[in-house]
Every structure is written in structure tokens, then in C-alpha cells.
Design a protein around this ligand. Structure first.
Ligand code: ATP
Length: 303
């Protein structure tokens, strides 16, 4: 398992992460969320051994992850990191980038594995294309495949699908996370996107003010968001009488003491998101049909 114990780290004087502790079991998928600048990438860098900790320890099984002060070469064979800069070789093909670190002594195995990974990232048609001519999203997919080529025990993914268009994102996400589960590869993913978490992460941690604000199963955090920050990660929400209420928990009924006036109506596909004025506060609720601006509605909170 990955064991992060009382980690504290600062680039300069003020700490970016303070007294962070958590564990990730083998084969588990952990999502790290938090606002921009909360230290998600820094945490992944530290787990990779890119920097020396101020305090604390990180272990993968029995191996302590050490920073550059103790290691001439950063990184460990059992761990791969796909960060925001993809670090690919631009003048060789997609296939060659993926197979670069595979053994040349087993060409058949290497080809089989490369083809398997091309399929996972849906780049079969680009196998022989030079990486320099690819789009940002395609490069991100090559980087993912390359990280998986020499099968790691643990993979760190920083916003892994951020450059990938919505047409491809859904299936790619399913392919990659299923592949990691099938191969029992431990995965830590830093993300802004709830779609990377829901349905895929076993547990999640929320970073705020240099610390872990909350950790647990996505269902638990979704069902009982302790703070607006957590609720906002999952969905549009309101605070009514000090209670966090998701937009889909507010229903229009015949009569109630929550009388609101519709301000704007947004088409969202299978529903409309309605912005309304409730006692001079903005509220959001979901509705099956559109509602005209100025119309008065009565709302009730459902569980
Ligand atoms: N190399 C560095 N030197 C100094 N400060 C840094 C360095 N890298 C990051 N920081 C600072 O550390 C803090 C955390 O940055 P980090 O990139 O880890 O956040 P993040 O949660 O990943 O943000 P984002 O979601 O925008 O990627 C920020 O205040 C950032 O300015």
C-alpha cells in the first residue's frame, strides 16, 4: 500500500501541505480534489519523489520514497507519473513513443503490448503518426499509454483527461480506469472534474488550507457534503437555512413557504437549471420543463 505519514512541505517559507496522512491500498483508485492552488500537483510530485519533504514519510510497500537529496535519479521503476507536460518524443511515432521503454529482445511481446495500449487510449489509427503532428488531447493519450507500457504498480495522474474533447472523454476514461482496475494498478488522480471521480474512485481526499478537509468514499462525501466547497465539486447547490441543498433536491410544488421568482432558465439536456430569487438570495433548482422569467414558484426540499 501507499502510506503517506504526516507529510509537510513548502517550496519557500510558507507550507503548501501541512501534516497530510492517508493510505491507499493496492489496486485502489484515490482521487485528490481541491481548488486551484490547493496543492494537488505538489502532492503528486512529492509521492513521485520530485522534492524533499520538510517533515513526514512516504512509503510504497516497504520502500520509502525519497527526494533528490537522497536519490541521484528521480522516480522509481514501480511508479509512473503522467503530469501536465507530457514529455513525449516529438520526432518518432506514437507506437515508438509507447514501446520506447519495452524490451527490444521481445519484439512480439512489445508489439502486442503496444497494440493493446493503443486500443485503451483509442489511438490505433495514429500508430505510425509522428507525435509532433498530434493535437494536445492526442498527445495526452500517448502519454497515458506510455506510462502504462512498462506496467507500473502505481500510477499518478494529474488531470489525465483535461486536454481530451468531450466526444472521446467518456469512453477513454472508462477504458483507462477499467484497465487500471483489471491490472490491479494503484492509481492516484488529481482532478477538477467530478466525472473522473464518480463511478471510478474508491476514495477521495479534499485539500483545503494546506490540509485534508475531508476523506472518504465519493458516495459519502456527495451525500453529506460538509462544506460548500465539497458540494460545489459535485453539483450546483444552495445554502438554505444553513443546510446544503443540491439543485436537484429542490422541487416545485403547489404551495410552500419557499416562494421564489424565476430569474433565468438554462437548458441542460434532460432538464432545465432554473435560477430564481428566494428572499433576495439566488437559488438554483432543476426542473423538467422551462419556466418563464418572472414566474413565481413554490419550492420544497426533497431528501
Ligand atoms: N515549483 C514551485 N515553486 C514555488 N511554488 C510553487 C511551485 N509549484 C507550485 N507552487 C505553488 O504551490 C501551490 C500549490 O500548487 P499546485 O500546483 O500543487 O496546486 P494544484 O492544486 O495542483 O493547482 P491546479 O489545480 O491549478 O493545478 C500554489 O500556490 C503554487 O503557486
Amino acid at each position: 500500500m501507499l502510506n503517506v505519514q504526516n507529510l509537510t512541505f513548502s517550496y519557500q517559507k510558507s507550507p503548501i501541505l501541512k501534516d497530510i496522512s492517508f493510505k491507499v491500498d493496492i489496486g485502489e483508485n484515490l482521487a485528490v480534489i481541491g481548488e486551484s492552488g490547493s496543492g494537488k500537483s505538489t502532492l503528486l510530485n512529492l509521492i513521485y519523489g520530485e522534492f524533499d519533504l520538510n517533515q513526514g514519510q512516504i512509503f510504497w510497500k516497504d520502500t520509502e520514497i525519497l527526494g533528490p537529496k537522497y536519490n541521484l535519479v528521480i522516480g522509481y521503476d514501480f511508479m509512473k507519473y503522467v503530469h501536465q507536460e507530457f514529455d513525449l518524443m516529438p520526432y518518432i511515432s506514437v507506437s515508438e513513443n509507447i514501446s520506447k521503454y519495452l524490451s527490444r529482445f521481445y519484439p512480439e511481446e512489445s508489439e502486442k503490448r503496444t497494440n493493446e495500449l493503443l486500443k485503451v487510449v483509442e489511438l490505433e489509427a495514429f500508430a505510425n503518426v509522428k507525435v509532433k503532428t498530434l493535437s494536445g488531447g492526442q498527445k495526452q493519450r500517448v502519454a497515458l499509454a506510455r506510462a502504462l507500457a512498462k506496467q507500473p504498480e502505481i500510477i499518478l495522474l494529474d488531470e489525465p483527461f483535461s486536454h481530451i474533447d468531450n466526444f472521446k472523454k467518456q469512453s477513454l476514461r472508462r477504458n483507462v480506469f477499467k484497465y487500471l482496475k483489471d491490472k490491479n494498478i494503484t492509481c492516484i488522480v488529481a482532478t477538477h472534474d467530478k466525472e473522473d471521480v464518480l463511478g471510478f474512485a474508491d476514495t477521495m481526499i479534499v485539500l483545503e488550507n494546506q490540509q485534508i478537509l475531508e476523506q472518504g468514499k465519493p458516495e459519502a462525501l456527495y451525500n453529506n457534503p460538509k462544506t460548500p466547497l465539497i458540494a460545489s465539486f459535485f453539483s450546483e447547490f444552495n445554502v438554505i437555512d444553513d443546510q446544503i441543498v443540491y439543485a436537484n433536491q429542490l422541487k416545485v410544488i403547489d404551495k410552500s413557504n419557499l416562494k421564489a421568482t424565476v430569474i433565468t432558465c438554462y437548458f441542460k439536456g434532460y432538464h432545465y437549471l432554473i435560477e430564481a430569487d428566494l428572499k433576495e438570495e439566488k437559488v438554483f433548482f432543476e426542473h423538467d420543463t422551462s419556466i418563464e422569467k418572472g414566474q413565481e414558484v413554490f419550492l420544497s426540499i426533497s431528501e
